[in-house]
Design a binder for this molecule. Structure first.
Ligand code: PRT
Ligand code: ZN
Length: 223
């Protein structure tokens, strides 16, 4: 495979992480010229370019070597680790970035009598995170049905397609609006800088080291 001499970072094209990710990279001294199709942003100063994609595609793009690094929610990165095949290169969380904070939680109908994870035995749980939910259920020794949905998970109990849900929560407003109550937190998430476990040993590796140093400075100042 032809090696690239410019660093390529994948990030969300349009969503919650887009603006804060661009802002963080700007504070690291990176500026970009947006291309017309908006898939690719060319770096103006340093040899660092951006690929703007759906967040769900970011771990796969790194694993395939299409991108060197990616800015993505820990929830998406960890789900990928649990659901990608064994032949896929494992990824590392290199830095936690301090924005996009949320948690992956179990939420039950407000009227449901919930005391412990064992109360979930035999119930159907709707989620977009079957890997993370499945691992948690196994860890708890609970046998429950997992109903995988791409979106609108919070309405599944009202539709009758599931008894409860496992979804991302931030303010809790969506749960309250759907008469759901948060009971267990499976994962505390935030945006992270993800990459391969072994970083390239060429100019791109040097650029990654430089980016890490600048990131650490920016993150330290903010804390
Ligand atoms: O198009 P693309 O696939 O790229 O975007 P997306 O719709 O999958 O992602 P997006 O932009 O919604 O979220 C990107 C990332 O932001 C997620 O993967 C999380 O890491 C992070 N994040 C932080 C959140 C939230 N907070 C959040 N509140 N992602 C989703 N939500 C949703 C949640 O699913 C639920 O529907 O917001 C609702 C809950 O919010 P509250 O405030 O009502 O509790
Ligand atoms: Zn997505």
């Amino acid at each position: 495979m032809k090696t690239r001499d410019r660093l390529r970072i994948a990030m969300q094209k349009s969503g919650r992480l887009t603006e804060p990710a661009l802002e963080l990279l700007k504070r690291c001294g990176l500026t970009f010229r947006q291309s017309r199709d908006k898939l690719f942003c060319f770096g103006e100063g340093e040899p660092v370019d951006l690929l703007l994609v759906r967040d769900d595609d970011i771990p796969g793009l790194i694993a395939q070597g299409v991108c060197d690094l990616g800015i993505v929610g820990r929830n998406v990165l960890d789900e990928f680790a649990l659901t990608a095949g064994r032949d896929v290169a494992p990824l590392a969380e290199w830095r936690a970035l301090g924005f996009g904070r949320c948690r992956l939680s179990i939420a039950v109908p407000q009227e449901m009598d919930y005391r412990a994870p064992s109360d979930l035995a035999g119930l159907r749980i709707a989620t977009s995170y079957p890997g993370l939910l499945g691992a948690w259920l196994r860890g708890q020794g609970v046998g429950a049905g997992v109903v995988t949905l791409a979106g609108s998970v919070e309405i599944a109990p009202r539709l009758g397609t599931a008894d409860l849900i496992c979804d991302l929560v931030q303010s809790g407003g969506t749960l309250a609006a759907n008469q759901l109550r948060e009971t267990e937190v499976l994962l505390e998430s935030e945006a992270v800088l993800a990459g391969p476990q072994t970083l390239p040993a060429d100019e791109r590796g040097d650029m990654i080291e430089l980016l890490f140093r600048r990131l650490d400075g920016v993150i330290q100042v903010r804390e």
